[in-house]
Design a protein around this ligand. Structure first.
Ligand SMILES: *[C@@H]1O[C@H](CO)[C@@H](O)[C@H](O)[C@H]1NC(C)=O
Ligand SMILES: *[C@@H]1O[C@H](CO)[C@@H](O)[C@H](O)[C@H]1NC(C)=O
Ligand SMILES: *[C@@H]1O[C@H](CO)[C@@H](O)[C@H](O)[C@H]1NC(C)=O
Ligand SMILES: *[C@@H]1O[C@H](CO)[C@@H](O)[C@H](O)[C@H]1NC(C)=O
Ligand SMILES: *[C@@H]1O[C@H](CO)[C@@H](O)[C@H](O)[C@H]1NC(C)=O
Ligand SMILES: CC(=O)N[C@H]1CO[C@H](CO)[C@@H](O)[C@@H]1O
Ligand SMILES: CC(=O)N[C@H]1CO[C@H](CO)[C@@H](O)[C@@H]1O
Length: 490
């Protein structure tokens, strides 16, 4: 037993029950969990003000926040002209989106990823979301759901939300999750998603290597109406405006040139702070895309995900909206940031974001089958269908694409320790003090990673050092070297 002392509580954490010597892990530098901040106990509802309060708090912040508006917008005239152009473009594009429906969300076969036409690639970049089909064989992906149900049955203490009829489970290290995250085809898919982004030569990020982020899973049973999430974006709320490095990602938008905004430039993302307020949520890794792999057949409108599939314009709208009153008069004096509640996810509503025409723009993903993956850009507005099908479950494992950069390296270091001890993953409620899965029967071991995916999977899980390839950019090489240094001491 190893005592962990934190500012809030003094607790003990179970040593991992796994034979930690499987992969000579005793030689790894180990993260010191007594130095990490403790996440309060909770579940997914802690992240959303609407799940907690039943309504979105429209967020007039203390007056000091008005200074942010003045810092960002230095040419109000150009900004306003740009806003008017944006509203027009949005209206036109929303018309097309609502006419075309789910088919507007691009679908790509796994086998097509390497040979994708430029035209299709452009469409994926424009939409900011994509379905990748047949990543994992259908029967195998379906069987994960049954294995998970078995795991949950064998471990009735498993926490989840809502407490009385669980849908989102606080599980990170079940065997099916490890099998999915270690799957070589899934790793190739994450790699493809990372590489839709680009970075300057000097930016410390390697988009050619991918790390694993341990997230939860959802099993929505037929007819479920309890688990629904309104339109929101991950990766912080007020931070997009408030954090200086984060706001630099959107410089073209502040300068009244949203047409030039490039949603896939990682240059300032690596320095962005997407959680300025200690919250229970969201992800502190930099995810190029959030994603999930399906374990069921899910039809549009039957418990799937919905998107506002137009990354550039929708991002420009969300960022510019707080600066205008209903009559298009510019407002640099108020401290109102609609839907941006510090420490919560950014949420949207028809009253706060009328021009988004949420009822028209929000488009469900086309039908997915077990083993298909769905990805969406880290800024993209998404929602969960209010109702699940009456006959089919809607079950997915959340698996994002996460490249190698400073933040992700630091997170991987702590996450590896969480895995070895079967604790809740570091971003999630209860880390590192709650027992997590350390007492679960049938939890995965590092050897399962090796068995399912060999060396590339071990690298994803930070259980093997990364290769520093000669053709990598200066920044990519630095990112790999820092990773190997922190995680392997060399
Ligand atoms: C919003 O937040 C404030 C401050 O926390 C609170 O007083 C108010 O009741 C909340 N709800 C709404 C709907 O404004
Ligand atoms: C990416 O963003 C940086 C910082 O704004 C900029 O200097 C660079 O030119 C951009 N890269 C590309 C390819 O547009
Ligand atoms: C912004 O990024 C730079 C470069 O990494 C860093 O030195 C600085 O501390 C960051 N600023 C904030 C406010 O986090
Ligand atoms: C990087 O990690 C820090 C804390 O670990 C977090 O505050 C920040 O939001 C992270 N950055 C991103 C882009 O997620
Ligand atoms: C992000 O901001 C919070 C609050 O100021 C701070 O605790 C944290 O260290 C910051 N993270 C990074 C990576 O700068
Ligand atoms: C760290 C890691 O696993 N990187 C892999 C990312 O995906 C590509 C493509 O499959 C592999 O070549 C890398 O080894
Ligand atoms: C760390 C964390 O809580 N991440 C959550 C952020 O919100 C999304 C939903 O949009 C969840 O899927 C993540 O689990």
């Amino acid at each position: 037993m190893m005592p962990l002392t934190t500012s809030a509580t003094a607790v003990t954490v179970q040593e991992a029950q796994c034979p930690v010597n499987v992969l000579k892990l005793q030689n790894f530098p180990r993260a010191d969990l007594s130095k990490v901040s403790v996440k309060a106990e909770g579940d997914i509802s802690s992240v959303f003000s609407s799940l907690e309060d039943g309504e979105i708090n429209s967020s007039t912040l203390p007056l000091t926040y008005a200074a942010i508006k003045k810092r960002l917008v230095t040419d109000p005239q150009a900004f306003k002209a740009s806003w008017l152009k944006l509203k027009k473009r949005l209206a036109d594009e929303i018309e097309k989106i609502s006419k075309e429906g789910p088919a507007i969300i691009p679908s790509v076969e796994f086998s097509e990823l390497q040979t994708m036409s430029n035209e299709k690639r452009k469409e994926v970049l424009k939409r900011g979301c994509v379905v990748v089909r047949n990543v994992i064989p259908r029967d195998e992906a379906r069987s994960y759901k049954f294995e998970l149900e078995e795991y949950i049955k064998n471990n009735p203490q498993t926490a989840g939300f809502p407490n009385n009829a669980k849908v989102v489970y606080e599980l990170y290290w079940s065997k099916p999750q490890i099998k999915a995250r270690s799957n070589p085809r899934l790793i190739k898919t994450l790699n493809f998603m990372n590489k839709l982004w680009h970075a300057d030569d000097a930016t410390e990020i390697c988009l050619d290597e991918n790390l694993s982020y341990a997230d939860r899973l959802r099993i929505r049973n037929p007819g479920d109406r309890l688990f629904t999430l309104g339109p929101h974006s991950d990766a912080g709320s007020i931070e997009r405006w408030e954090d200086e490095n984060y706001s630099k990602c959107y410089k073209d938008i502040w300068d009244g040139k949203w047409e030039d905004y490039d949603a896939y430039n990682a240059t300032h993302r690596v320095d962005a702070n997407s959680s300025l307020y200690d919250s229970q949520g969201n992800c502190t890794m930099f995810r190029t895309f959030q994603g999930w792999v399906s374990m069921s057949e899910i039809h549009p409108g039957e418990g799937t995900i919905q998107f506002a599939p137009l990354i550039k314009e929708v991002t420009a709208y969300l960022l510019m909206n707080p600066f205008f009153k209903a009559n298009n008069e510019i407002d640099l004096d108020s401290s109102t940031f609609p839907g941006a509640v510090p420490s919560k996810a950014q949420e949207y509503s028809p009253t706060m974001h009328p021009e988004l025409q949420l009822d028209k723009i929000m488009t469900p993903a086309p039908t997915v089958y077990p083993g298909d993956m769905v990805f969406w850009h880290c800024d993209l507005i998404h929602a969960v269908d209010p109702e699940c099908s009456e006959i089919m479950d809607s079950s997915v494992m959340y698996i994002p694409s996460t490249p190698v950069c400073k933040n992700n390296t630091e997170y991987s270091f702590i996450q590896r320790e969480a895995f070895l001890r079967k604790l809740v993953a570091p971003d999630f409620p209860g880390f590192p003090t709650s027992v997590g899965e350390s007492k679960h029967i049938g939890c995965a071991e590092p050897s399962d990673v090796e068995r399912s995916g060999g060396l590339p999977a071990l690298r994803n899980f930070a259980l093997e050092a990364l290769e520093c390839k000669v053709d990598y950019s200066k920044g990519a090489k630095e990112a790999i070297i820092s990773f190997n240094k922190l995680l392997f001491g060399d």
